[in-house]
Design a protein around this ligand. Structure first.
Ligand SMILES: Cc1cc2nc3c(=O)[nH]c(=O)nc-3n(C[C@H](O)[C@H](O)[C@H](O)COP(=O)(O)OP(=O)(O)OC[C@H]3O[C@@H](n4cnc5c(N)ncnc54)[C@H](O)[C@@H]3O)c2cc1C
Length: 450
């Protein structure tokens, strides 16, 4: 079934007030700020149509969009409320960014229990997508470290949710993509550190077998992630760099991070990114790590957030934007599925700079709709080429299904309803927890708004 592509050449009108990170699709919506925990649901009184709580818009597709609706922007609700250094439990409003939490926590010798590849996401957004990090095998996903939160519904009801208090609402809201209500505050259990430094190793690999050998060999290391070249075929097929890190045990500096200085100031022209530039970039990146095995000590910023060094790097994809494809395939078919899918991507010639390969561990997520599952995860960006990108995504989605995997809603702009409903067969049970006044363009697209 062809994907209903909306015109990827944006009209020459002002950009929408709120964009997701992929800048596709683009929809007009009314921004309604939530600055205080008591603002919702009162703000709904004067509004027409549905609403959706949003954070910093770091999701790639339409999970944080609502066409012609109201986006309840939570970033004004960003106060830190309480911290107990004995337990490491921080209580904060849901619109606080992980960057602000780090600025508070690191000087006190604490760090996030799980972090995505950018620190510019909110606490509420991290819970609603039940995000994962490089330590999934050791720590599970974000929700595993959230002892409790408050959920407010459009009928005015307020619930404190935890594994023992309102456990159904707790499970539905972790990974609940903003549809069960507004999370106003949450607790997060931080982990201790004694230094900003990370003991880092990078090891070249050639092919998925070598990747799997490294994964087994370094099972005990807390953070592992790989970069894989999706553009190369033949001898260089699935070459990559296996990167591992641990918080340094030697006491060191614990100061907050400086502000990033670089920013992509305008949209790159569409032609800036093509197969030749991508292949060149991948070659340079691979050979930058000239030695097959590099060992060093580095700051946590470049280790966890290399892309945050350049603000608005998504503009490098031009006005058409980008889409991301991210799957998790269970171990039973993880190897063959990954090889087949990488072959399909390389054949397409559309592969991007940023392909991340990682193993997910066995710790079960607490969310009813959470994405992670034990096996292999692959994530990469594609520039939007109207006739090519969506048919490719459709094929890759079908292949993921065939290998028993699922796609990540936070990164998606292309799943069909049939694919979504097969990836998440529990979706109808989840729909019973949806707040009737909340909706998203993602939910409309994959369920027809049930
Ligand atoms: C460079 C980059 C790297 C990334 N790396 C990773 C990664 O390694 N792992 C990973 O899992 N993800 C990753 N992501 C995705 C990102 O972590 C998630 O999309 C995250 O949820 C974005 O948070 P946000 O605050 O921007 O929320 P938004 O994108 O604005 O919203 C996300 C969802 O949360 C809901 N929501 C937001 N606030 C609330 C609230 N207060 N109450 C209820 N619902 C709410 C929204 O409705 C929406 O469904 C990455 C994104 C980028 C741009």
């Amino acid at each position: 079934m062809p994907h209903p592509v909306t015109d990827p050449q944006p009209a020459k009108t002002a950009p929408p007030a709120f964009e997701s990170w992929g800048r596709y699709p683009r929809y007009d919506a009314t921004i309604v700020p939530l600055n205080w925990q008591g603002d919702f649901p009162g703000v709904m009184a004067g509004l027409h149509g549905g609403a959706l709580p949003v954070g910093l818009g770091r999701s790639y597709g339409d999970v944080c969009l609502l066409k012609d609706g109201n986006l309840l922007q939570t970033t004004g609700m960003d106060r830190l409320l309480n911290f107990d250094p004995e337990t490491g439990i921080l209580t904060a409003e849901a619109g606080v960014s992980l960057a602000k939490i780090l600025d508070f926590a690191v000087p006190r010798g604490f760090f996030l229990p799980v972090t995505p590849g950018t620190k510019y996401v909110t606490l509420g957004g991290a819970i609603a997508n039940d995000i994962h990090g490089k330590n999934h095998e050791a720590a599970g996903s974000f929700g595993n470290h959230v002892p409790s939160f408050e959920l407010v519904r459009s009928d005015g009801s307020r619930r404190v949710c935890s594994p023992t208090q309102n456990p159904d609402w707790y499970a539905a809201t972790i990974g609940g993509v903003g549809l069960t209500g507004v999370i106003t505050w949450a607790q997060l259990k931080l982990r201790p550190i004694v230094s900003r430094k990370i003991d880092y190793e990078g090891i070249q690999f050639h092919g998925i077998d070598e990747f799997l050998d490294l994964k087994r060999q370094y099972q005990h290391v807390e953070y592992t992630v790989s970069w894989v070249d999706c553009a190369s075929t033949g001898r260089n097929f699935a070459r990559g760099v296996f990167m591992l890190g641990e918080h340094s045990k030697a006491p060191g500096e614990l100061k907050p991070s400086p502000e990033p200085k670089l920013s992509v100031p305008f949209d790159f022209p569409g032609f800036a990114l093509n197969h030749t530039t991508v292949s060149l970039f991948n070659s340079v990146f691979f050979h930058k790590q000239m030695k097959a095995h590099v060992k060093t000590v580095q700051d946590y910023e470049p280790f966890f957030y290399p892309l945050d060094a350049v603000l608005h790097w998504n503009r490098g994809y031009g006005k058409r934007g980008l889409v991301q494809f991210q799957y998790a395939i269970p171990w039973q078919h993880a190897k063959e599925g990954t090889i087949e899918i990488l072959r399909e991507i390389a054949k397409s010639g559309l592969a991007s700079f940023l392909a991340v390969l990682k193993a997910f561990g066995e710790i079960p997520s607490l969310g009813m709709m959470s994405f992670p599952q034990a096996g292999i995860m692959l994530a990469l960006d594609f520039p939007i080429k109207p006739d090519l990108t969506f048919p490719l995504l459709q094929r890759l989605g079908d292949m993921t299904l065939e290998f028993g995997g699922r796609l990540y809603s936070a990164k998606d702009a292309a799943m069909t309803p049939a694919q979504f409903q097969a990836f998440y067969p529990q979706w109808q049970r989840f729909a019973q927890f949806r707040d009737p006044r909340l909706n998203s363009s993602f939910w409309e697209r994959v369920t027809g708004g049930e």
